[in-house]
Design a protein around this ligand. Structure first.
Ligand code: GLN
Length: 547
């Protein structure tokens, strides 16, 4: 038998019965636990859709696009990996069917298959195995690969076949399969049902994969009879069946619940690794603080256009929760549909009543823009703490130009190509480029901060790196005029050419950035801008309360 090139052990996470069971959170939680036992963990996601990456998909289809430090536009599950396990993801952390096929087809065109008929097996499955092997590294003990989609879908078949082959090649001791499934409660019968799980394990078996571990999502606690039945019918040892019940308060409880059932300990045993101590005290304390915040609640409005789908602003909502935890406070999110603010002048006052801060997140396209600008105006005039992110910063600049600098037609070239005052525009060298996909500024770039600014106070540093995903930039022709009217440019690219952060010194807390700070926030490392924004919102709510 072929032995692995490196000593990295592989664990595959598959999902059955229905989608949205939270494979990403389960995989991320396990990664955290294994790391906390002292092991070096890598993690990736394989997605069965045909888009080369999720960058071109509407957030309504697939939730937010998560951006890595090296500029990959990826699935939002990578956000869970970074937030839970603090494992930095990269281009190697997310492969889609589209990306795999592009490689195979490009290779075929170059004649690299030497006259062979190019087929799903072995050529596509070889390419999938190569993607899995990118995690092999003498520096990594365990590699976790999450397979998107649901077992039984046509699209996931090549991925499951690749796992089967991979496992044969490296030996069953070196590869495990964890299957996440659903044990629904049928109200009419008053019972929990194991049949869907049995059937989805049956589908896996047909493909030649026998899961080693079964994690069962359930609404209610499973009793011993369910565990035994699942073990018997799914051919899994009783102690390798785990329950992942819906958490009551926060998703950050999931690792604690899985640790209580020793999931990570069994994984280490199956791999033949020493079971070292698990240190989770700080995580435990963080979860306790989230469940019982000592400093009460603060309500923050998020004004966007994908408000109906919570996953569309996943990292933003999480970063706000982390920001609250930093002050021992609960952040209550108030999603506000930007278009609602366009109805009449009083709409903002109605929608923001009781809110202590306003956040305008990123986005593309002109729907809801005027509503977002109205939200910025409300925050500026009513001295409500404000955080603008990417498109949110661009809206803040437009609002300031229109209502403070006296440029009523100021706009971004993205929404008004012919505006006389394009305060946001493409960089000069990009105006001619037709293929917009190629012009996006993606990934981490350095940013220099102005000493004595709110940004510098938040970061406690004068140079930071933050992740970008946008085409348009602040138009430098307006820098002097806006500065004269009181807008402070507190973050710039090191060469001084690109505006990265603007703020209003005369406002209690008004900061807007061209990058996406939300991607770097975690429950144990709240992002400085989110932390200070929520801090300012808390101060705003207490000062109102005292009046
Ligand atoms: N649409 C804007 C741009 O392309 C903002 C993008 C964003 O918010 N991510 O520059």
């Amino acid at each position: 038998m072929k032995r692995p090139a490196s000593t990295t052990k592989h664990l595959f996470v598959t999902g059955g019965v229905v989608s949205s069971l939270g494979k990403g959170i389960t995989a991320a939680s396990l990664a955290l636990l294994l790391k906390r036992r002292g092991y070096r963990v890598r993690i990736q996601k394989l997605d069965p859709y045909l888009n080369v990456d999720p960058g071109t998909m509407s957030p309504y289809q697939h939730g937010e696009v998560y951006v890595t430090e090296d500029g990959a536009e990826t699935d939002l599950d990578l956000g869970h990996y970074e937030r839970f396990a603090e494992i930095e993801c990269s281009q190697a952390s997310n492969f889609t069917t589209g990306r795999i096929y592009s490689t195979v087809i490009a290779r075929e065109r170059r004649g690299e298959y030497l006259g062979e008929t190019v087929q799903v097996i072995p050529h596509v499955t070889d390419e999938i195995k190569a993607a899995i092997r990118t995690l092999d590294d003498p520096e990594a003990d365990i590699a976790i690969t999450e397979i998107g989609g649901t077992v039984g879908d046509i699209e996931s078949l090549p991925f499951l076949e690749a796992i089967r082959q991979f496992r044969n090649e490296i030996g069953a001791d070196n590869a495990l399969c964890l299957h996440l499934t659903l044990v629904p409660y049928i109200r009419a019968a008053g019972e929990m049902k194991t049949k869907p799980s049995q059937q989805s394990v049956g589908i896996l078996r047909e493909i030649g994969i026998i899961p080693d571990l079964l994690v069962c999502r359930c609404e209610r606690p499973m009793d011993e009879e369910h565990f035994r039945k699942l073990a018997l019918f799914c051919n899994v040892r009783r102690e390798l069946v785990f329950a992942e019940e819906d958490v009551k308060h926060t998703i950050y409880e999931v690792p604690l619940e899985l640790a209580r059932q020793d999931l990570d300990k069994y994984v280490l045993e199956l791999f033949g690794f020493h079971v070292s101590d698990l240190r989770l005290d700080d995580w435990q304390r963080m979860v306790e603080r989230l469940i019982k915040p000592g400093a009460g609640k603060v309500e923050i409005a998020v004004v966007g256009k994908y408000i109906k789908l919570r996953d569309a602003y996943k990292s933003i909502y999480e970063a706000l929760i982390h920001g609250g935890a930093a002050h021992d406070a609960e952040v209550v999110l108030r999603p506000v549909e930007a278009e609602e603010l366009e109805a009449d002048r009083k709409a903002a006052a109605r929608r923001f009543a009781g809110c202590s801060g306003i956040l305008v997140p990123g986005g593309f396209g002109d729907r809801g823009i005027e509503g977002k600008i109205a939200a910025v105006q409300y925050a500026r005039e009513h001295k409500l703490p404000f955080l603008g992110i990417c498109l949110g910063m661009q809206c803040a600049v437009i609002e300031f130009a229109r209502h403070v600098c006296g440029l009523p037609e100021a706009n971004s070239r993205e929404f008004a190509g012919r505006t006389p005052d394009p305060v946001i525009s493409l960089m000069a060298n990009q105006e001619q480029v037709e293929d917009k996909g190629g012009t996006m500024r993606l990934g981490a770039y350095p940013c220099r901060l102005l000493a004595q600014s709110r940004a510098a106070a938040a970061y406690g540093a004068l140079e930071v790196r933050e992740r970008h995903r946008h085409r348009y930039e602040f138009n430098n022709q307006y820098r002097e005029a806006m500065s004269r009217h009181g807008l402070r440019f507190s973050g710039l690219s090191p060469d001084g050419e690109l505006v990265e952060i603007v703020e209003l010194p005369e406002h209690p807390w008004f900061v807007a950035c061209q990058f996406h700070p939300e991607f770097k926030s975690g429950p144990l490392r709240p992002h400085p801008l989110f932390r200070d924004f929520v801090g300012a919102a808390i101060e705003n709510s207490t000062s109102k309360g005292e009046k």
